[in-house]
Design a binder for this molecule. Structure first.
Ligand code: AR6
Length: 176
């Protein structure tokens, strides 16, 4: 594997990677959590492009991803993906969360993105259990990297809360 996987604790809006990932909702019109933080810090250009995408294709389905400018953020692009709401685990939540990571990575590849930062999709307002989400995220990213070894230079997991940070630290022991 030549792609470097890194772990960061902090605010993803401050990360100067080629693209940062947003944990959005299907409307693409913004919301709370990391979505709110990205739109606030990035300014109106992001929402304008989201509205154009909405007009064209009617938002974004769960597990899928779309790309926009990053506006005033230090990153160049924002890749918006929509995680599943945790409903107990019997509604394909795990598969849908893996799809988010895979589809974001595919889109990054198509746009020549070399450095990418993920937040912990679905683990806030959408209540996906954090330990399971972290394991799934890492597995999905590792599978992609194994099949596209030279596509990206660096993929970061940006954990905002302590619990996620500790979980990733444990899972990524020996990797970072
Ligand atoms: N930087 C990085 N991570 C953050 C930040 C930040 N600035 N702020 C929060 N997090 P959430 P979801 C972490 O709720 O569960 C929105 O309203 C947070 O600690 O942002 O996918 C959308 O519009 C958590 O671990 O997203 C949707 O309606 C992680 O980001 C809905 O929430 C995800 O928490 C999506 O819910």
């Amino acid at each position: 594997m030549s792609t470097k996987l890194t772990l960061i604790q902090g605010d993803i809006t401050k990360i100067a990677s080629d693209a940062i990932v947003n944990a959005a909702n299907s409307s693409l019109l913004g919301g709370g959590g990391v979505d709110g933080a990205i739109h606030r810090a990035g300014g109106p250009a992001i929402l304008e492009e989201c509205i154009q995408i909405r007009n064209k294709q009617g938002g974004c389905k769960i597990g899928e991803a779309v790309i926009t400018t990053a506006g005033r953020l230090p990153a160049k692009y924002v890749i918006h993906t929509v995680g599943p709401v945790w409903q107990g685990g019997r509604n394909r939540e795990r598969e849908l969360l893996s799809n988010c990571y895979r589809n974001v990575l595919e889109l990054a590849l198509e746009h020549g993105i070399k450095t990418l930062a993920f937040p912990n999709i679905s683990t806030g307002i959408y209540r996906f259990p954090k330990a399971e989400a972290a394991a799934l995220a890492l597995e999905a990213v590792q599978a992609f990297v194994a099949s596209h070894p030279d596509a990206l230079e660096e993929i970061s997991f940006v954990c905002y809360d302590d619990e996620n940070f500790r979980l990733y630290e444990e899972l990524m022991k020996g990797e970072v």
